[in-house]
Design a protein around this ligand. Structure first.
Ligand code: ATP
Ligand code: MG
Length: 569
């Protein structure tokens, strides 16, 4: 798959292909003018950015056209499902800014589905197969060669009914029997070759407990659930295209000769979201969590919705990204850099500007009186005047970035250099006078003199000084831990790599800076505030940050240094 940087450029006004279908259907008066969608997660993991794409479609289109989108938990496999996931999924959808009509569970339909299966058995359209899954798979044939019929295919209805009950009794081992729809072992669509529709799972279900032992397969639950609920447009991802005829087949069976005309759900498919340098498979994400290769589902490096939230993404940034990539009928691999670009664009408008020094070294303003302080005004957000100003304090002892000083600097280094002038943001112009080093040659202090007439806004401030540096006053700041994040994987498309995904993890995906300083104002802001550390990037307080141990996560740097780096390599 090629990485795409281009977007479908929905040109804002033009409709995506699903919107076109919905508009046409509404215009034609199909479904009595009703629009009903659903978002159908399986509660077996946390939502990721791919799900966000599906959510923006399912909820977004209902919202746009005055329909309703319900949340349906597709909980037909108790092996990996859990209430923890149900709750997390609800939280994430709400955070993204969407509202469901009803909450449904596929497990609410277990009795209806069972009755439907019994009916199919009675009509000679389903049978119990006692072969192993390997035998069944071996008989499937290939798309060009017909399959082989199971020796159990023509057993009597009564026996099928008895065995189906037995499947649900708890007396039969998992895998010993399955119920298969009797359709067509030669059908060119492999999904029609007597698909398995029920299997035994001896595990307690998070909602129905031990009531059921036989559970319906996806293809025997999804379309039927859509039908029971009155879904009109069942939107999913492209891998379900070959399932669509079976989806329609079971609805035809279910309607029992009723003439539904247009009053039936239809399935439509769009391209999945795949992102570079990460994985989207729940199985792999779960492994990262359980093997403690990351710090939980909400580790800020994870592509999960809660991970992005903890990292400092806003819901608007996520939605902006989804909007940028659009919906098509072709699979693609989207560039992670686009997600970051969306975040920068959104956070630029939203973030409160503060000062923080991540790699600190002392800066002494030698001609500034000891013990004196001065309060200055700083603009909170140049993009939004309504965000106002806040006060910063200037004093004799400051923290500045170690990287902002060079004893002997190249010409273009417009920062702190002995003999040269530089502006301290929102404060004075200072001239560097030297530095002090310890026995190892490490710089321990930098010295400068300030020009009292050069305070921002004063007449003396007018002379041209090329560099402006950020700083915090040593007695008016808080110590903080800052966490910098990089790509979780070292290769562009880990899913297409032959190596185990664990081997592809980026060992440098997390850098912890234990001793940073943030200005007091930043530390006092509510934890959910989106911040810009000036000249550095966008940051947000970590969920585990406390007043005694402040922790900030870097959401994204100010510039896309990463793709420049990779180009240079
Ligand atoms: P599983 O591997 O457990 O089947 P899944 O990713 O398919 O995982 P579901 O909970 O079944 O997860 O997905 C819910 C909905 O989200 C489905 O409609 C699915 O098509 C959609 N979805 C899942 N992954 C993506 C993705 N990467 N891009 C877009 N939509 C997705
Ligand atoms: Mg799925």
């Amino acid at each position: 798959m090629e990485v795409t940087n281009t977007t479908e450029k929905s040109e804002k006004k033009s409709l995506n292909f699903i919107e076109q279908i919905v508009e046409a259907d509404l215009k034609a008066g199909k479904n009595d003018g009703r629009l009903q969608t659903r978002f159908p997660p399986e509660p077996n993991g946390y939502l990721h950015i791919g799900h966000a794409k599906a959510i923006c479609m399912d909820f977004g289109i209902a919202q746009k056209y005055g329909g309703v989108c319900n949340l349906r938990f597709d909980d037909t496999n108790p092996q990996k499902e859990d209430n923890e996931y149900v709750e997390a999924i609800k939280e994430d959808i709400e955070w993204l800014g969407f509202h469901w009509g009803n909450i449904y569970y596929a497990s609410d339909y277990f009795q209806q589905l069972w009755d439907f299966a019994v009916r199919l058995i009675k009509e000679g359209k389903a049978y119990i197969d006692e072969q192993t899954s390997e035998q069944i798979a071996a008989q499937k044939g290939t798309p060009t060669e017909p399959g082989v019929e199971s020796p159990y295919r023509n057993r009597p209805v009564e026996e099928n009914l008895r065995l189906f009950e037995l499947m649900n009794s708890g007396e039969v081992a998992e895998g010993a029997m399955v119920l298969r729809a009797k359709i067509d072992m030669a059908n060119p669509n492999m999904h029609f070759r007597d698909p398995i529709i029920y299997r035994i799972i001896n595990k307690e279900h998070h909602r129905t407990g031990t009531k059921w032992k036989a559970y319906p397969m996806y293809d025997f639950a999804h379309g039927q659930s859509d039908y029971f609920e009155g879904v009109t447009h069942s939107i999913c991802t492209l891998e379900f295209v070959p399932h669509r005829p079976l989806y329609d087949y079971f609805i035809d069976e279910l309607k029992e000769g009723k003439d539904l005309e247009d009053h039936r759900p239809h399935q439509y498919e769009f391209n999945r979201l795949n992102l570079t340098y990460t994985v989207m498979s729940k199985r792999k994400l779960l492994a990262l969590v359980t093997e403690k290769l990351v710090d939980g589902w909400d580790d800020p490096r994870m592509p999960t919705v809660c991970g992005l939230r903890r990292r400092g993404y806003s819901p608007e940034a996520v939605r902006k990204f989804i909007d940028m990539i659009g919906y098509t009928k072709f699979d693609a691999l989207n560039d992670y850099a686009m997600l970051e670009a969306a975040a920068r664009e959104d956070l630029n408008a939203r973030a409160i500007r503060v000062s923080a020094v991540l790699n600190p070294v002392k800066l002494i303003v030698t001609n500034y009186p000891e013990g004196q302080t001065e309060e200055m005004e700083a603009i909170n957000n140049p993009e939004n005047e309504a965000d106002g100003m806040h006060t910063i304090t200037f004093s004799r002892e400051l923290w500045m970035e170690r990287d902002d000083f060079m004893e002997e600097a190249p010409k273009k280094f417009f920062r702190m250099v002995p003999g040269k002038e530089v502006r301290l943001k929102n404060a004075y112009i200072v001239k560097c006078t030297g530095c002090k080093k310890d026995e190892n040659g490490t710089i321990t202090e930098i010295y400068c003199e300030y020009d009292p007439e050069s305070k921002s806004g004063m007449a003396g401030a007018n002379r041209k000084v090329k560099g402006t540096l950020h700083w915090v006053s040593a007695n008016h700041c808080q110590k903080a831990e800052v966490r910098l994040y990089d790509r979780l994987f070292t290769v562009e498309n880990p899913s297409a790599d032959d190596r185990d995904f664990r081997e592809l993890l980026n060992p440098d995906s997390l850098t912890v800076l234990p001793t940073c300083y943030v200005e007091n104002f930043a530390a006092e802001l509510p934890a959910q505030t989106y911040l810009q550390f000036q000249r550095i990037g966008y940051f947000k307080a970590d969920t585990h940050s406390t007043p005694d141990h402040l922790v900030y996560n870097r959401t994204v740097g100010l510039k896309d240094t990463w793709s420049n780096q990779s180009k240079a390599q």
